[in-house]
Design a protein around this ligand. Structure first.
Ligand code: C2E
Ligand code: MG
Ligand code: MG
Ligand code: MG
Length: 292
């Protein structure tokens, strides 16, 4: 296209590419600073039981508020962190920040002992053989049992059956939940669900958005539920925005959901204020344990 339009456009193309490269380099430098100076934050989005709307856990999502540019979305800065070799540092930061917060919530009774914190991990973090030992030391340091932590990974990590497999088995051995994030958007071969010690899947929101309108999405979700049951996997539906979607999910047997219908990720103070009461509704004694 640029050829047909003449050399003038080629120059424009070059300079816009140049801008993008410069933008990238600037963001990478800014992200380094943000990590070093503590400009990153974690928000917590509830994962709820569909029928009651009660939280069973929360997903930790990283937020970056750039001092001049304002909020930069994770879909922009996570790939930069991965390319720049910063994802290990970022991943350790979000995990320890989440653990510290969970330990506090468990201690002050905001959440009960069965509440779990779900943290996203990037593929390269799982290719680090020292990760399981590091994580188990962190769990001890914060006094949080491994069963209260879930790690979310995309299907792409299962493409590596060497180091990643060993790391996943060790993490599972510790007792952590291992969830496949954005389930259904990666490769279609499902054999990895048997080869890796996965404990659950999060159905990608692209299959949830059409529920109630699109019969095919409903059939896909139904099939995931059947497969999950056969393999003993937990199932969470992501990106639930409407009651129609929630009801369609419940009708095909999905029990847990996450999405704007219940609420977005919020800072820890807001999470405690808004969700703690729901965590302690009468009728589920275990969730209330630890309260004075
Ligand atoms: P994800 O792990 O699949 O997280 C869910 C994303 O969907 C979040 O976007 C969340 O804010 C958004 N979401 C939640 N409910 C709804 C809904 O009802 N409708 C819609 N349209 N969206 C909803 P967010 O926070 O922008 O994060 C995007 C992605 O960035 C995450 O997708 C995850 O892959 C990655 N990410 C975020 N934080 C971290 C992190 O600390 N480490 C790593 N490795 N990745 C992270
Ligand atoms: Mg996730
Ligand atoms: Mg997800
Ligand atoms: Mg997703």
């Amino acid at each position: 296209r640029s050829k047909a339009e003449g050399p003038g456009n080629a120059t424009v193309f070059d300079s816009s590419m140049h801008d993008r490269v410069r933008e990238r380099i600037e963001l990478e430098a800014a992200l380094r600073t943000a990590l070093a100076e503590g400009q990153l934050n974690v928000v917590y989005q509830p994962i709820v039981r569909l029928e009651s709307g009660r939280p069973v856990g929360a997903e930790a999502l990283t937020r970056w508020n750039h001092p001049e540019r304002g909020p930069i979305p994770p879909t922009t800065f996570i790939p930069i962190a991965e390319d720049a070799g910063l994802i290990g540092q970022l991943g350790t930061w979000v995990r320890t920040e989440g653990l510290r917060q969970l330990a506090q919530w468990r201690a002050d009774g905001t959440v009960g002992p069965d509440f779990y914190l779900s943290v996203n991990v990037s593929p390269s973090q799982l290719r680090d053989e020292t990760m399981p030992l590091t994580v188990s030391a962190e769990l001890m340091r914060y006094g949080v049992p491994a069963t209260a932590i879930a790690l979310e990974m995309t299907e792409s990590v299962m493409a590596d059956d060497g180091v990643t497999a060993r790391v996943l088995f060790e993490l599972r051995e510790l007792g952590m939940k291992l969830l496949v994030d954005d389930f259904g958007t990666g490769f279609s071969a499902l054999g990895y669900l048997r080869q890796f010690p996965v404990t659950g899947v999060k159905i990608d929101r692209s299959f949830v958005s059409g529920l109630g309108e699109n019969g095919e999405d409903e059939e896909i979700v139904r099939a995931v539920v059947a497969m999950g049951r056969a393999l003993g996997l937990s199932i969470v539906a992501e990106g639930v925005e409407t009651r129609v979607q929630r009801d369609a999910l419940a009708a095909v047997g999905v029990t847990q959901g996450q999405g704007w219908l219940w609420g977005p990720g919020v800072p820890p103070e807001d999470f405690a204020r808004h969700w703690s009461a729901r965590l302690h509704l009468p009728g589920d004694a275990r969730l209330g344990a630890g309260n004075p």
